[in-house]
Design a protein around this ligand. Structure first.
Ligand code: PNW
Length: 474
């Protein structure tokens, strides 16, 4: 009998971990892989902390067997990874190369042999450089190239992977990649960022159809959005209007066309000074609105905004401080404030209620659509003790807090089918390099040795029992 306070989850609930190709694989020149925009970006001086790159990362390409064994030992039931586009289709055009696909076949077979359900993300930000040279996501053709790539991967892996995710966090690709420029390809053009958002949407819609045609019908297709929880600094109408505009640019710009077949009118109106939206063809909206089988939500921290009132600009949601270029087009009159509460190493405040609010919002926005938390986690400055163990009670508290809110959402009627912590392993945290450790498993970057942190053991127990174990004192 569970104790009265035990928080149990539905028996079929998936307990997973997430990673992405460029952040963990390394082996960037092997088996025919060509550079992606992240290779180019990370090798450009001044773009990443300490000039760090994913050249070696955590060498998962060669150590995937050990990494799967580790997941199995911990008791995880699911694993979300991404396929590196330039490994499978080096120039972004033409036939797939089998050596690239073979790596993912081996990885998936290894997972299935250990009883771990694979969830495959097609695009976690590593666009083949050749496609960026042809204009990248601001160009319409990139959407069609993405659908073609989706078909190739669907044909190759559709027999063994059931859970498919088209895009990871298109907001980051569009607005950090082409707006603020803190992510690859590092462009800073607000009009291009809005065109990129549309072509990511279009690529998603085209890819859904391509996957349906290429794969067995029982496979499930989803998208992972980093939908934001946007809160007003006050109930002042000007602050509420600021929330509306940021919400449109963070959320509605993606879920509008994907779930409802239309961009919010308020979004089109508010961005007229940047674009006339003539890049959107009428038929695109029907394409983007292709029915989905599930929705993935990535959540880390909420945003707190107000209308400008003359004070110094607070750090932005992108965690890069008030950078020179904003990722938010036509929002110079909106201020981002530091949200209250304790923060992680990213400077992101910890607010588990944001995850509850996000889930409940999408339970309403997409009635009947199963939801997954496809990323949630925290960076801390983890260090091994003299005995070699790594204790991270803060991360356990973070995971416990957020999983409790997932459970509360389920109790309140949301159909949440699983949770993937970010991340399985410490890895290349994009522009921050290796300094920010999100892993449940510690990686010694000198030896690449893996050591499960205490949070990995805690999470593994949750996965094995289907209930949240008690939290040690921090
Ligand atoms: C996500 N923001 O990135 C990504 O999906 C992961 O690859 C990444 O490692 C993880 O979250 C932790 O950062 C984000 O500025 C990057 O709002 C930036 C933002 C959000 C998510």
């Amino acid at each position: 009998m569970p104790e009265p306070m035990t928080q149990t989850f539905p028996p079929a609930f998936l307990w997973g971990a997430s990673t992405s190709a460029y952040q963990i694989e390394g082996a960037v020149g092997e088996d025919g892989r060509t550079p992606s925009i992240w290779d180019t970006f990370s090798h450009t001086p001044g773009r990443t902390a300490g000039g760090e790159t994913g050249d070696v990362a955590v060498d998962h390409y060669h150590r995937y067997r050990d990494d799967v064994a580790l997941m199995a030992e911990l008791g995880l039931s699911a694993y979300r990874f991404s396929v590196s586009w330039p490994r499978v289709q080096p120039t972004g055009r033409g036939p797939a190369i089998q050596r690239g696909l073979d790596f993912y076949r081996r990885l998936v077979d290894e997972l299935l042999e250990h009883g771990i359900k694979p969830a495959l993300t097609l695009y976690h930000w590593d666009l083949p450089q050749e496609l960026e040279d042809a204009g990248g996501w601001p160009e319409r053709d990139t959407a069609f190239r993405f659908a073609e790539y989706a078909r190739l991967v669907g044909e190759a892996l559709g027999d063994r992977v059931e859970q498919w995710i088209t895009l990871n966090e298109p907001w980051c690709s569009a607005f950090l990649g082409y707006g603020s420029g803190v992510h690859a390809p590092g462009r800073t053009d607000p009009a291009a960022s809005l065109r990129a958002a549309h072509h990511l949407n279009l690529g998603h819609g085209l890819a859904v159809s391509a996957l349906r045609a290429a794969m067995p019908a029982h496979n499930r297709i989803a998208v992972s959005l980093n939908s934001s929880v946007v809160r007003p600094l006050s109930q002042d109408p000007a602050d509420l209007a600021a929330v509306r505009r940021i919400d449109d640019l963070a959320n509605g710009i993606f879920h509008g066309p994907m779930l409802h077949g239309a961009y919010p009118e308020t979004l089109l109106e508010a961005t007229r000074s940047v674009t006339d939206w003539s890049h959107v063809l009428d038929t695109d909206l029907r394409t983007i609105n292709a029915p989905l089988d599930a929705l993935g939500l990535n959540y880390y921290t909420p945003a707190l905004v107000s209308a400008a009132s003359g004070e110094v600009k607070g750090p932005r949601l992108d965690g890069h401080g008030g950078g020179e270029h904003s990722p938010w087009p036509a929002c110079d009159d909106i201020v981002f404030h530091q949200t209250p509460g304790e923060r992680t190493e990213m400077g992101w405040s910890i607010d588990p209620t944001g995850l509850y609010d996000l889930i409940m919002r999408y339970a309403r926005e997409a009635p009947g659509l199963p939801l997954y938390v496809t990323e949630n986690g925290a960076a801390y400055d983890d260090k091994p003790d003299p005995d070699g163990r790594v204790h991270d009670p803060e991360r356990i508290a973070y995971l416990h807090g957020h999983l409790s809110e997932v459970r509360r959402a389920i109790t309140d009627g949301a159909d949440v089918r699983g949770y993937y912590l970010w991340s399985l392993l410490d890895n290349f945290e994009w522009a921050y390099g290796y300094g920010k450790r999100f892993g449940a498993v510690y990686v010694d970057y000198a030896t690449l040795e893996r050591t499960p942190k205490s949070s990995a053991h805690w999470y593994g127990e949750a996965a094995r029992t289907g209930a949240l174990p008690p939290v040690p004192a921090v």
